[in-house]
Design a binder for this molecule. Structure first.
Ligand code: NAP
Ligand code: ZN
Length: 347
């Protein structure tokens, strides 16, 4: 075992605080990383507050991890001490089922092992995530990252980046498509950058008037304030796709009405409460609602390589780890531009 430190939630209601714990001994296929930066995803907040169901405490969240390899197990082939490396939302899966064999480990039929709040497949312990100084992960779930991009801006690619990349790729979004992005936060701003880079016409649909200039700077062609009906005029039956990144309860029917014939509303946001969808909004225009969970390991590497080639990173506000609870409160208010990233040197 090696000694590690991080920040943990001890229950669903109290703020996160310093926490010491042990990481397992290195297994033969393990890679050990010193964590340099970890992004702050809204899923961290949903989890530590048990909004998606009871979490296991102490809970160390964090699944947008970049760092440097410090040690590798005997059978590790693709990493060595000193390499830059990254870990996203998963640290293991069965690797035998049909989905795992296709590189869709996020849909592992037995259940993937999350980077935090999950059970380790070998020893059954609760997995502890990236708000910490080091992590040990089996090689298959460790990614290569470029040394050409700023590391703090790369961290959010491991969840916000892959989640939006995978959904855009699955539905083959690109040139000739009109895409609405709902919610300009961590996922939303990556969705704008990626959809624009794939050649789509992008409209930002936001509740925050103060984000209009940023949306345009990120590449959006249009901006509509969803609280102002005037600004929604002309958007009825308009989009081929809407990527819904909203983290809280909202009206799905209003946005379904903006989809053109065969339009798809792609839900990546995961509000704790179920959505109400009127069948009439699906029947009309033959619309559908779909969803997508992060992305598999091969596609995550493809996304990281794509972003390195095209110079795409996240717009980040780097914080000290002691400010994590304040960052959560700001994220809840939609006051994030556009991803908080913890500088682990502050731990
Ligand atoms: P975030 O940074 O907090 O962004 C969410 C944005 O949604 C806010 O900035 C805000 O944008 C908008 N919003 C918030 N509350 C709203 C409300 N009541 N009505 C309308 N809009 C609202 O969160 P995130 O990290 O991007 O995560 C977004 C959601 O995706 C979370 O539920 C998270 O758990 C989920 N997620 C899913 C996956 C997946 O695999 N599918 C992966 C990661 C995260 P505006 O100010 O522009 O309105
Ligand atoms: Zn996430």
């Amino acid at each position: 075992m090696t000694q590690a430190k991080g920040y943990a939630a001890q229950n669903a209601t109290e703020p996160l605080g310093p926490f010491s714990f042990e990481r397992r001994d290195l297994r033969d296929y393990d890679v050990q990383l010193e964590i340099l930066y970890c992004g702050v995803c809204h899923s961290d907040l949903h989890t530590v507050r048990s909004e998606w169901g009871p979490a296991t405490y102490p809970c160390v969240p964090g699944h947008e991890i970049v760092g440097r390899v410090t040690n590798v197990g005997e059978h590790v082939k693709n990493f060595k001490a000193g390499d830059l490396a990254a870990v996203g939302c998963m640290v293991d899966s069965c690797q035998q089922c049909n989905n795992c064999k296709q590189g869709l480990e996020q849909y592992c039929e037995v259940g993937m092992t999350g980077t935090y709040n999950s059970r380790d497949r070998v020893d059954g312990s609760n997995t502890l995530g990236g708000y910490s100084n080091q992590i040990i992960v089996t090689e298959k779930f460790v990614l290569h990252i470029s040394d050409k991009l700023p590391l703090d801006g790369v961290a959010p690619l491991l969840c916000a980046g892959i989640t939006t990349y995978s959904s855009l790729r699955h539905w083959k979004v690109g040139k000739g498509h009109k895409v609405g992005i709902l919610g300009l936060g961590g996922l939303g701003h990556m969705a704008v950058k990626l959809a624009v880079s794939f050649g789509a016409e992008v409209t930002m649909l936001s509740t925050s008037p103060s984000k209009e200039a940023d949306a345009k700077r990120l590449g959006a062609h249009r901006f509509a304030l969803t609280k102002d009906l005037e600004q929604l005029k002309g958007l009825g039956n308009y989009f081929d796709f809407i990527i819904d990144t909203v983290s809280a309860e909202h009206d799905y029917n209003m946005y379904l009405g903006m989809l053109n014939t065969n339009g798809v509303m792609i839900c990546v946001g995961a509000p704790p409460t179920p959505a109400q969808v009127s069948a009439f909004n699906l029947i009309g225009n033959r619309r559908s609602v779909g969803g997508s969970l992060i992305g598999g390991i091969p596609e995550t590497q493809e996304m990281l390589d794509y972003c390195a080639e095209h110079g795409i990173t996240s717009d980040v506000e780097v914080i000290a780890i002691k400010d994590i609870n304040e960052a959560y409160e700001r994220m809840l208010k939609g006051d994030v531009r556009y991803r908080f990233v913890i500088d682990m040197a502050t731990l």
